[in-house]
Design a protein. Structure first.
Ligand code: 4NP
Length: 164
């Protein structure tokens, strides 16, 4: 998937969405920010993340996500928030970590005005195209590392499609 580089407004706003906003989406957000900073494009994009559920509003990301990210050279700086209807209007790209969250986001977009902005994160993963980013919440370190590797690859390809 390639996007036209001439976005009508800058910065382009990206929202990464999972269920709890403590594992997958804050990691996707941090990896995205790291990659665009390293490419010298930080001022062209705004990235945030949120959850479709309200379980962890106001919390920090899961300590296992923070530790795993640090081991991979990524710093997490995030406070959990929940997806709001307004987000669908204000963001340009809404990236769902899995199909459950994807369909919940589509349902949120009742008037279907913003359907064109909503994507599955792994639509950008050439290795596991259109698969879910697995939820590591009940898993172990190996599962957190698998999520990191999937997101690193998918976000890299997403950044390339935005900037090529
Ligand atoms: P996330 O993982 O959606 O990647 O943040 C989860 C975090 C919390 C819960 C489930 C998944 N939970 O049930 O509290």
């Amino acid at each position: 998937m390639l996007f036209c580089k001439n976005f009508s407004k800058m910065p382009v706003k990206i929202l990464f969405v999972c269920l709890g906003n403590i594992c997958r989406s804050p990691l996707a957000e941090a990896i995205f920010i790291d990659k665009i900073r390293k490419s010298g494009l930080a001022s062209d994009f705004i990235a945030q993340s949120c959850g479709t559920a309200n379980y962890h509003i106001g919390d920090s990301p899961d300590p296992r996500t923070i530790r795993n990210a640090q081991r991979n050279g990524i710093q997490l700086d995030h406070i959990v928030s929940q997806l709001s209807e307004n987000d669908l209007h204000s963001y340009d790209f809404i990236m769902a970590m899995d199909r459950n969250n994807l369909s919940n986001i589509f349902r949120f977009d009742g008037a279907k005005e913003n359907n064109h902005k909503i994507f599955l994160m792994r639509a950008f993963d050439s290795v596991g195209k259109d698969k879910d980013v697995p939820d590591p919440y009940y898993g172990d370190e190996k599962d957190f590392q698998e999520v990191f590797d999937i997101l690193d690859r998918s976000v890299q390809s997403f950044v390339e499609s935005l900037t090529k």
